[in-house]
Design a binder for this molecule. Structure first.
Ligand code: F6R
Length: 245
């Protein structure tokens, strides 16, 4: 794993955006795997700035999002569909038909998982997958204990994840109980992975990722087995590591 540490969240976001936009410029038909949550929002902001100022085009870019809540209408501001529109898609020249997010409103969520895998097979593999890190080590919504061989599936969210995500909702009871997520094996098929880690609440998880063993009890640990992972971590998750960017 290639690790870059940055002095601030802003520096992390700029570094991540510059990495992604260079990849898009080099391969205008790139397939990107995208994450929602707090961590990548700064990167998306920078990508929008870059699109406006440097003209980086997303006309031929395909995107796959990691996850979506079950029984969450696209129009609900807490849906990951709405998140992506707000934080990225509506500001760039991406084609709607080339942005894929699991359909949380499908009448048959199980079938939706198979359909999503089929789309990944058809349009993939993902060239560059962006990931955030859950405080309990989850990636996507793959909670501790998820099989490393899992494909896109329905998950029951843990209390800790629902609590963490309740900051976006009026009340914790409004946080959905289930989500559709790409599985760990689906994520590991990406050619390259960029993991963003920011915020003091990720310090323990970050340490476990670096120094712990590879175990299904800590889903992110599988990344150690991927041939091409880059980690961008900001100062708040560090103890003594040197800052190089
Ligand atoms: C989001 C996702 C999650 C988040 C993780 C960290 O699509 O799949 O795994 O990346 O929960 O979330 P934040 O960035 O909000 O701390």
């Amino acid at each position: 794993m290639d690790i870059i540490t940055t002095p601030s969240y802003e520096a992390l976001s700029k570094e991540a955006a510059s990495y992604v936009s260079r990849k898009v410029q080099k391969n205008p038909h790139i397939v990107l795997g995208l994450a929602t949550g707090s961590t990548p929002t700064g990167m998306y902001e920078q990508l929008i700035k870059d699109h406006i100022t440097s003209g980086t085009s997303y006309q031929n870019v395909t995107t796959f999002n990691l996850d979506e809540y079950v029984r969450m209408n696209k129009k609900n501001p807490n849906s990951y569909y709405a998140f992506m529109e707000k934080h990225l898609f509506q500001h760039i020249d991406i084609q709607n038909e080339l942005t894929f997010i699991p359909d949380g409103m499908s009448t048959d969520p199980q079938m939706e998982c198979s359909i999503y895998e089929e789309k990944l097979r058809k349009h993939g593999p993902i060239d560059l997958q962006i990931l955030g890190l859950g405080a309990n080590g989850h990636i996507g919504f793959n909670e501790p204990g998820t099989s490393f061989s899992s494909r896109t599936h329905i998950v029951e969210l843990t209390d800790s994840t629902r609590k963490a995500n309740s900051r976006f909702f009026k009340d914790i009871d409004d946080v959905p109980t289930h989500a559709i997520t790409m599985g760990i094996a689906s994520i590991m098929e990406a050619k390259e992975i960029l993991l963003l880690v920011a915020g003091a609440n990720k310090k323990k998880a970050y340490e476990q990722l670096l120094y712990g063993e590879v175990s299904e009890d800590f889903p992110a640990s599988i990344l150690k087995k991927h041939p091409c992972v880059k980690i961008l971590a900001d100062q708040s998750v560090l103890d003594t590591s040197s800052i190089i960017a």
